[in-house]
Design a protein around this ligand. Sequence first.
Ligand SMILES: *Cc1c(COP(=O)(O)O)cnc(C)c1O
Length: 369
Amino acid sequence: MTDSPAARAAQLAHLRRRKLVKGDPVPLPLTMASIFNLPGDPAGFSQYGRFDNPTWDAAEEMLGHLEDATAIAFPSGMAAISAIFFGLLKTGDRVLLPSDGYYTPRVLAERFLKPMGIAFDLRPTTTYLDGGFDGYRMVFVETPSNPGLDICDIAAVSAAAHAVGAIVVADNTTMTPYGQLPLDLGADLVVAADTKAPNGHSDVLFGHVTSRDAAAIAAIKDWRKLSGAIPGPFEAWLLHRGLETLEIRFDRMCSSAEIIAPRLRDHPKVGALRFPGLPDDPSHNLASSQMQRFGFLIAMTLGSQAEADAFVNGCSLIQPATSFGGVHTSAERRARWGDAVAPGFVRLAVGCEPTEELWAAIETSLDAL
Ligand SMILES: *Cc1c(COP(=O)(O)O)cnc(C)c1O
């Protein structure tokens, strides 16, 4: 597709219109159905609720439209990642995973891939290219990584991996299609947790896989149909609604983060701070070249666990919670989950509140430490 991301965003809320006949509801109907009217030859229709559903189709159409690819919906981000692993790997394959990314794929690999004879290695995101990709069937990147916000060069990783016959999967959860388009940079597949910003209202878990490789999509779709890891129609309906406002929410969140990050960096209570949008951040140059925006996550380290807890729990406009990407600004101390970070490390997920009001509340909470 030659359309710019802005053109795609503009079309997003109008995709459904192409199919409407006179008298149809303009908003998407929620189809709750396990069975469909199916006399005769079953080809070409909705057949059974584990195979397909019109409400999933509409959510997938939007997700695919944003990435100029085919999207397959899943009930969570981890279900999408599981589909990549179990749908595309076989005994004897080797996978490379980031040592500093979202931790659950590593646990999944240790607990279930390894006993099936699928080996994996770990590498830090910043040095992902070092050592090359010889012997790997799948190279999995997460950039910016959650929670450290390190970045790797998706185009360079993809070129090096393809040269030795590996496929490249990018977890694009932290950026969304409005912030980064890994398939355009050379990745073969994208996985994402739509639980985060795409749904955006903290009331649904959802995930998807996108690809332009028809064989990979067919395998992922078969995995969903046969394993039964299907999204609920109501969740798909809520995601569809959330996607209609993703562009405007993401824009506010990223713009606010760009304003708030330098003020946090200059605050005396804040130690190390990572935000790819800061010109002196180690991720900045690469971020500028491969990302459309710098995201809405800020990683900052306060003096101690007690200070981090007091800051997060004492701020009137920060919701203490895990996860990110909702309309509320939220934050958490990541060491409580065992991430390899300092005890005072806080991941701040900037939400949709008016920027100056949000900053005033953050500053008040920091000043009180
Ligand atoms: C949250 C998250 C996931 C998992 O998503 P769920 O919907 O919770 O299963 C995967 N990758 C990243 C980077 C995440 O932040």
